[in-house]
Structures are given as structure tokens and as C-alpha cells.
Design a binder for this molecule. Sequence first.
Ligand SMILES: Cc1ncc(COP(=O)(O)O)c(C=O)c1O
Length: 360
Amino acid sequence: MKSPHASIYQISPYVAGNVVPADFIFTHNLASNENPFGASPTVYNAIATFVESKTHTYPDGNAVKLRKKISETFSIPFQNILCGCGSEELLHLLARTYLSPGDEVLIPRYGFSVYNIAVLSASAVPIFVERESKNKTLNVSSIIAAVTPRTRMIYIDHPGNPIGNFLDYEALTRLIQTVPPTVMIILDAAYAEYMNTSESYTAGHEFIEKHPNVVVARSFSKAYGLAGVRLGWMHAAETVIDAVNRIRAPFNTSTLAQYAGIAALGDLEFVYNAIAHTHEWRKKLDTVLCENNMSYIPCCTNFTLVHLPGRATELYHTLGKNGIIVRPMTMYKLTDHLRISIGTAEAMTALFKQIQLFNK
Ligand SMILES: Cc1ncc(COP(=O)(O)O)c(C=O)c1O
């Protein structure tokens, strides 16, 4: 049997947040940036209907009703929307559709690990763009400087995971206007819903009409509470949608996911409440970290990246043994950092108590 192509072995398998040492107690999971309230009750009703009547028939492969609902909710033309099995699938499909072996793809240092996997699995070459040392912000000039005649694609985590910061409107405009139109710019806006308090943030949908090389990927996994259902979507020029649509699996979104997505968009109040809770408790977490002399990268998402030189591993184990699972950042070689997702009031209160005890 022929071996897989060489770049496959440059990929380290993805390690999920729920893979933890055996002595950890799983009381509060603050490791995977999920919505701690789950999904809206309307979603559970929709799923129950699915379970009662639709398991035996194939899904609508074109996800027409869901795309119409996304189109209405976000005021985006129906034909510019494609749904996927999580936004992750779409990030992969874009790489498979557009990259050839040897093409260069720019990825911000500490960018979401899936970009690297998608690029290497297309036998293309990831080029990492360094961030500023202060707060690890991304500098547009560094991205532009890294573009070469072989650059085909740029992934921007927008805002970043695990870093949490973003390119503001001005920086994004400069990037899009400067990069050659032959280079695809993928704005991964999986956390966009949480950016409602950041005035200078835009997910970037408004750029697509004039700049067909821009793609925005969105997720139902975060604020909508559908991580387990696997549903995402992207907004792109019709030519891009048409190309990616040709290679996706014919039924890449299940009927269950389509029902759940429509129902989730039907109860935005649930989503707004979860977002408000997230902002409230992230600010409280930031205060507790400051009071305990722990630094963090300021952000507006549903997680905080804590910087604890020399003590991150110890805090990770202390929290884990006391029922609070957070995420070590070894996968990103940020060994002095822990990423903490915002959970319920109960989980956050337990976390604060443990941080205070740890610091005594
Ligand atoms: C930055 C970023 N993009 C994309 C994703 C993938 O989301 P989905 O669950 O929609 O595949 C994640 C998930 O953690 C993420 O953090």
C-alpha cells in the first residue's frame, strides 16, 4: 500500500478539551468554549420532532430552509450561503477546493489549530505570521509583508482562539484592500456573536460583494449552543459557493442539524441572554485574575487566555482535581497559558474560589 503524502505526518491529531488526566473530576467543564446553558428550548423541541419522524429519510442536501433562515436573519443573499458540518468542515473544504501542493497559506501564529491541519492535508505550505509581543495582537503589516507570489490563502481567526483579539474595521479594510485579489482571505468568525460589545469589530460580511476573495465562516457551536450537533455556515461569492458545493458530501448537514439551526435562529433572545451572561462573568473573571496578580489577554469572547509563567501546569492540575476542567495550551506551544471558558455562575464561583486558594 502506498504511504499517505508526507505532509500528513506533520499533522498532530487534534486533542479535544475533554481529554484529561484520570484523576480529574468532571464537575465544571470550562475547556471547550461551549455555551454553558446549552441551546434554546425551541431547539430541543425541534430535535424531538426530528427523533419522532425524520430519522429514516435523507436530509435536504441543499439545506434550503436553513439557508433561507440564515439569509433572513443576517440579511445575506441565499445563494451566497453554504452550510457545513461545523464551520470546521468549511475551513477544510475551502483548502481542498482552492489549494494545490506547494501553495503557501498564511496563518496567524497561535491561530486555531484546524487551519494548519486543513492546509497540510491539501499538501500546501503553512506560513506562520508572528504576532506582536504585547497582548499577542495581530499586525496587518506583518500579514501583508508575508504575502509572496505563492500565497493563495490567508486564514484569520476573527476573533482568535485561543488569543481572543481581532483586527478592527480599519485594519481589516487595509488588509482586504492591499492583498492581491488572487489571495483568498478567510475570516473565521466563529465567535462573532460575542463581539456585540466591540464597536470596532465587524465579522466582514459587508466586504464580500466588492471583494469576492473574502469568505466569512460562522458557527452554531458557540453562542447558539449547538456544538454537539455540528453546524456551521459560510458567506462567500457565488463562484466560491459553487466551487465548494461541488466537493462537499451530498448530505453534510443532517436533518437534525438543520432543524436545530432553524430553531436556534428562531430564539435569539436565548442567545442574547447567554452572551450577556458571558460578558458579565468574563469581566468578573478578569477582576479575580487581577486581584490575584495573574495576567491575561483582554478579549470579548467566551473565554480568557491566562498567562501564568511557571505555574500554568500546576493550576491546571489543581483545578482539574477540584472539579474544574480548563484547557492547557500545549498544542499551541503556549505552555505558560491556560484558556478558561466562561461557564455558569456556579462554575465561575467555584473557579474563583480555587484561584484564590491557589494563590494563598
Ligand atoms: C476559531 C474557531 N474557529 C472555528 C471553530 C470550529 O467551530 P465548529 O464547531 O463550528 O466547527 C472553532 C471551535 O472551537 C474555533 O475556536
